[in-house]
Design a protein around this ligand. Structure first.
Ligand code: NAD
Length: 298
């Protein structure tokens, strides 16, 4: 049993922390939303009133917060993890953030005697709930091996992809593929519906061929029902498209389709839909096609 501080108990962090409780770890959670902390306590974890209380005494700290500034604040800010954690603590950051920020945070941690790995995840809310996430890990080999027993509890595919920040680079590529795939699945569904073909039959045959994908398997039924509760918020995918667009530019790599989908994600957000699931890209395809309900802020 390990004493684990878990900070950020939202759509992803809540179930991940819960799995760590279920296998017997001593998990103390903190989130800005008290209800999320109470939910962890109800599952057998403990509640902390702030980051410092969660971290003091922890051997492992796991963070799952939205964006780069959030990770910087809870690691480097006053009362943050690196001001509080004891020497040798292992910090596993599962948030999706900029690779350069991940590297900077890891260096700051190392200066304080904290071992840091970036371990962003893929698989969505369902992947977190079912503990089958794919986890791309960056950091020193020994630290990654130290993190593996905890990551194995929440994920099925845990791969060390390189040094600090490499996990975030791979995650950026993941988000590029997912965003493009969702947009094309949305376009295909609107196209099929417009032709009046049997959608069950269509999606089942598409799933069996080269067009098959986890996006098709996991997102098509919600799209067909026009159910866009998150899941993965458009706000977060907009953040991720910013990360991959900037990282591609820094590397001198063209991502023409990715840049286009980034604009479509940004447009949906600008229309007030940032809190909907990214599968709501379908609404925009309908709007552009003059079909369905007009897009209204949701
Ligand atoms: P979320 O908004 O549901 O959860 C984030 C939680 O962090 C919230 O409960 C929020 O209150 C908390 N938080 C923010 N700042 C904090 C702080 N300073 N101290 C304590 N708690 C704080 O978001 P999510 O969907 O769980 O995503 C979390 C991260 O995982 C993001 O980086 C996201 O890009 C990534 N991610 C999400 C999914 C998904 O499908 N939702 C999939 C893979 C990766």
């Amino acid at each position: 049993m390990t004493r684990i501080a878990f900070i950020g108990l939202g759509i992803m962090g809540g179930p991940m922390a819960g799995h760590l409780v279920d296998v017997g770890h001593d998990v103390i959670g903190y989130d800005l939303h008290r209800a999320a902390v109470d939910a962890l306590a109800a599952r057998g974890g403990h509640a902390a009133a702030d980051v410092a209380e969660a971290v003091s005494g922890a051997e492992v700290v796991i963070t799952m917060v939205p964006d780069s500034p959030d990770v910087e604040a809870i690691t480097l800010g006053p009362g943050g993890i690196y001001a509080t954690a004891r020497l040798g603590t292992l910090h596993i950051d599962c948030s999706t953030i900029r690779p350069d920020v991940a590297r900077r945070v890891a260096e700051a941690g190392a200066d304080r005697g904290i071992r840091v790995v970036d371990a962003p995840v893929s698989g969505g809310e369902a992947g977190a709930v079912e503990a089958v996430l794919s986890i791309m890990v960056g950091g020193e080999a020994a630290d990654v091996e130290a993190a593996r027993p905890y990551l194995d509890v929440v994920g099925r595919t845990v791969v060390h992809v390189g040094p600090s920040g490499a996990g975030q680079t791979v995650k950026a590529a993941n988000q590029l593929i997912v965003a493009g795939n969702i947009q094309l699945v949305a376009e295909a569904l609107v196209f099929l519906e417009a032709h009046g073909v049997d959608i069950d039959a269509s999606t089942s045959v598409l799933a069996g061929g080269l067009a098959g994908s986890t996006v098709l398997d996991r997102k098509a039924s919600g799209m067909r029902a026009r159910e866009f509760a998150p899941g993965f918020r458009i706000d977060l995918h907009h953040k991720d498209m910013g990360i991959v667009t900037e990282a591609a530019r820094a590397a001198g790599v063209a991502i023409p389709l990715g840049a286009h989908v980034a604009q479509l994600v940004g447009a949906l957000r600008a229309q007030g839909h940032g809190r909907l699931d990214h599968s709501a890209l379908l609404m925009q395809v309908e709007q552009l096609s003059g079909r369905g309900e007009p897009v209204r802020a949701g």
